[in-house]
Structures are given as C-alpha cells and as structure tokens.
Design a protein. Structure first.
Ligand code: G3P
Length: 223
C-alpha cells in the first residue's frame, strides 16, 4: 500500500519524507488554510519535496469553475492531482479533466456507488473518508472493502485512496482491505513505526555491547 501524508505543512512533510517511505501528499482547503503563505507556493514546494502524486483541491462548485481551477493546479507541476468533490458538477469536471489527461482524485466519497461513478468518469483515485463515517456510527472500513471489491470485479484502473485515517489500526485495516493508498496525518504516520519493545530491545543491545567492550578493555589492561 502506498503511504500518503494528509497535510500541507512543509515542516511535517520534510521530516516525514526524510524516512524515504512517503509516496505522495493529499491536501485540502482546510489543511492549506492552516498554513501561512501563498497556497500555490506551498503546493509547488510540496511537489519539489515529494516526487509523487500531490492532491490539490478545487473550491469551485460548478463544473466549469472546477475545470478552470483544475487546469490551473495541473499546470503548476506534473505531480499535481486535481481533487474534485463527489457531487454531480464534480463528476462532469472529472470527465473533462481526465479526458485532457489530468489525474483526478475524487474526494468526499461516502458510498460505493459514488466511487463507481467517480471511476467511470475517469478519476485516477477515489477517497473514501473512513474516520468521518466512523464518527456517525457507520463502519467506514466496510466502504473501503466494498470499493476495492467493485473495482477488482471490473478491473477498473482507479486507485482506492483510504482517507480520514485517524490511527494506525485504520492503516492496518485499510491495507488488509486492499486499499491501494492510505493517506494519514503525520502523527498517525509516525505511530506506524513506533514500538516500545523496539526501543527497549535496542537499548539492551547497546548496553550489552558497551558492557562487553568495557570487559574486553579491562582484560587487555590486566593481561
Ligand atoms: O483526507 C481527508 C482528510 O483530510 C479528512 O480527515 O480526519 O478530517 O476526517 P478528517
């Protein structure tokens, strides 16, 4: 499963990308609004930092406006993927943008039928929001399973990008469901690697090594 970070923070992105396992970035208007500076410049810098798909979302709600904004985002850098909301106008815009060769990530997906239509319109990615369904007592991960199965049934070349992942177990479940991509906040990303037994084990190895070295040095002095 590809790992994307769900953030527009360059600081967070640089730190996490240094580990060498980040495949792409998803942003949205809420995430960009949290950052100081020109969103366009931020997106460009993100593209220069991570060589993978970088989602930039349109804010127009009519197809014409979405296409105009989408073309503009796509013109900024080859890594940009245009994010369109899963509404009727978004579907129309996706059809046009995909027809022009632009990659589209259809976002705010909350049902398998939305995902099917997004794929038929030519989206390269669909983003089911797992956590937001969990928030309303609906099992979000079932949606990921359903979409993966539907796309597999018809060999649809659209990737399932599990979004709104809130904790490492969401990532595990998304991977088990066969999601092609999981996007997550950096806190969740760092949580994927952290394990107390790894830290304890490493401490013990290093302590034992130091002890053995000291004993060897002491024997050399005696001998
Ligand atoms: O990628 C979608 C994400 O930004 C939404 O996450 O946690 O606000 O539901 P959340």
């Amino acid at each position: 499963m590809k790992i994307f970070l769900d953030t527009a923070s360059l600081k967070e992105i640089r730190e996490a990308a240094a580990l060498g396992v980040v495949d792409g970035i998803t942003t949205n208007p809420s995430l960009l609004a949290k950052e100081a500076g020109d969103p366009e410049q931020i997106l460009l810098e993100i593209c220069r930092t991570v060589d993978g798909p970088i989602s930039a979302e349109v804010v127009a709600t009519d197809a014409e406006g979405m296409v105009r904004e989408g073309r503009h985002w796509a013109s900024l850098h080859e890594n940009i993927v245009v994010k369109c909301p899963c509404i009727p106008e978004g579907l129309k815009a996706t059809k046009v943008l995909a027809g022009e060769g632009h990659r589209v990530n259809m976002t705010l997906i909350f049902s398998p039928t939305q995902a099917l239509l997004a794929a038929k319109a030519g989206a390269s990615f669909v983003s089911p929001f797992v956590g937001r369904l969990d928030d309303i007592s609906t099992p979000g991960m079932e949606l990921v399973h359903d979409i993966v199965q539907i796309f597999d049934n018809y060999s649809l070349g659209c990737e399932v990008l599990a979004a709104s992942l809130r904790h490492p177990m969401h990532v595990v479940e998304a991977a088990k469901a066969g999601a092609h991509v999981g996007t997550m906040p950096v806190g969740v990303f760092h949580g994927l690697l952290k394990h107390p037994l790894t830290d304890i084990g490493l401490r013990r190895f290093l302590d034992d090594w130091e002890k053995a070295k000291k004993e060897l040095a002491a024997k050399a002095v005696e001998g």
